[in-house]
Design a protein around this ligand. Structure first.
Ligand SMILES: *Cc1c(COP(=O)(O)O)cnc(C)c1O
Length: 357
């Protein structure tokens, strides 16, 4: 790895007690370029803008995918990553689906650890704080012919993230728009999936909903995801989440919630969730919780939902009563080294990794 350290650290302009997510990026970034059929040597360099022309193929034809992960500090300032291999495997699934070259493990994992080590001072500590990490791959060739690019860039950037708390939101169950289609790219973390979700989300916002629960594109009768998160529903004391598919992204948080719930003896069913079954459970009082899960906030609980013009309230549960909140706590405790990690998910970032890469 080529190492080019910054001579102008911006860390003194970062107040770890007072910032919001996305305001600050750490001192360094990783980049690695692909051309002539091969990835070059990864480079750790000062964070900053890169020059691209408007005819860059990523801008025109959308070959771009990304990952979202976090690094956490424990009470003795040790740094931990979480289930890195899941994100590594997933970025390559996404890349493959978008006809982009897969990234070698030493570039992804080696780059990640080097960046976390050199920028460890940027990882905030305290309740709910962490460093959000964004690995991405995008086309970089100039050209307007609609074809696969021959040049790509892999990059990793990182930004301090704030509290996990997100207030319960109201959601609209979609009966028209879809996030993903059969044979499409829903399972990939393709940048374009986000672009396509913004407009329907704006329409839902105009109706007073913060997010959308996406339903299947052919019948709109089954839940798929909520916003950019996987979705869970609790009926009685059983929790349900739809099976992953080419239309449902295989979230690391979703998988961790399923494992933790089983470990706690909660009845978990990975099966399709029909809108009509949710409405029937609402009617008979057995619908307890609906929530979304993803790396960024871990859990967003829903307080109400709308379906075809009607609004429904969900019960208000205490932290002890809520499965969403107790599973979230169990997960965060493992991520931040505040609890045992029986699953081997946590990985410590050793100091001075740069000496060895
Ligand atoms: C990233 C993402 C998720 C959550 O995945 P995690 O690995 O848990 O962060 C869920 N759904 C979509 C559409 C996503 O892009």
């Amino acid at each position: 790895m080529i190492i080019q350290k910054t001579e102008n650290s911006r860390i003194s302009s970062f107040d770890p007690e007072n910032y919001s997510f996305g305001d600050h990026f750490t001192d360094h970034m990783i980049i690695c370029e692909y051309e002539n059929g091969a990835w070059g040597e990864a480079k750790l360099m000062p964070y900053g803008p890169l020059p691209f022309s408007p005819s860059n193929m990523a801008f025109n034809y959308g070959q771009a995918c990304f990952e979202g992960m976090k690094a956490y500090k424990d009470s003795s300032d040790e740094v931990y990553l979480f289930r890195v291999n899941k994100n590594f495997e997933r970025i390559n699934k996404s890349a493959k689906r978008l006809a982009m070259p897969e990234i070698p493990e030493e570039v992804f994992v080696g780059g990640l650890k080097a960046l976390m080590d050199i920028d460890r001072a940027w990882i905030p500590t305290g309740e709910g704080k962490s460093l959000y990490i964004r690995p991405l791959i995008f086309a970089t060739e100039e050209g307007l012919k609609a074809r696969v690019s021959n040049k790509y860039m892999f990059a990793i950037v990182a930004a301090p993230a704030t509290s996990y708390y997100s207030a319960p939101v109201s959601v609209k169950i979609s009966d028209y728009y879809s996030r993903a289609a059969s044979g499409g790219v829903g399972f990939a973390k393709a940048a374009g999936n986000y672009a396509a979700s913004f407009y329907p989300t704006q329409l839902a916002n105009d109706e007073g909903y913060e997010q959308i629960i996406w339903t299947d594109d052919s019948t709109h009768e089954y839940f798929e995801e909520s916003g950019t998160m996987n979705v869970f529903v609790r009926i009685g004391n059983t929790i349900y989440t739809p099976p992953t598919s080419e239309k449902i992204l295989d979230g690391v948080t979703r998988d961790s919630f399923i494992t933790l719930a089983k470990h706690k003896g909660i009845d978990v069913r990975v099966e399709p969730i029909a809108v009509k079954d949710v409405l029937a459970a609402q009617k008979d009082g057995s619908l307890k919780e609906i929530w979304g899960v993803g790396t960024a906030v871990v859990t967003t609980a829903f307080k109400s939902y709308g379906y075809q013009g009607e609004n429904f309230e969900l019960p208000v549960l205490s932290e002890e009563e809520s499965f969403a909140l107790s599973l979230k706590k169990a997960l965060v405790d493992i991520q931040t080294n505040a609890a045992e990690d029986p699953f081997g998910w946590r990985e410590k970032v050793e100091k001075d990794v740069l000496q060895t890469v």
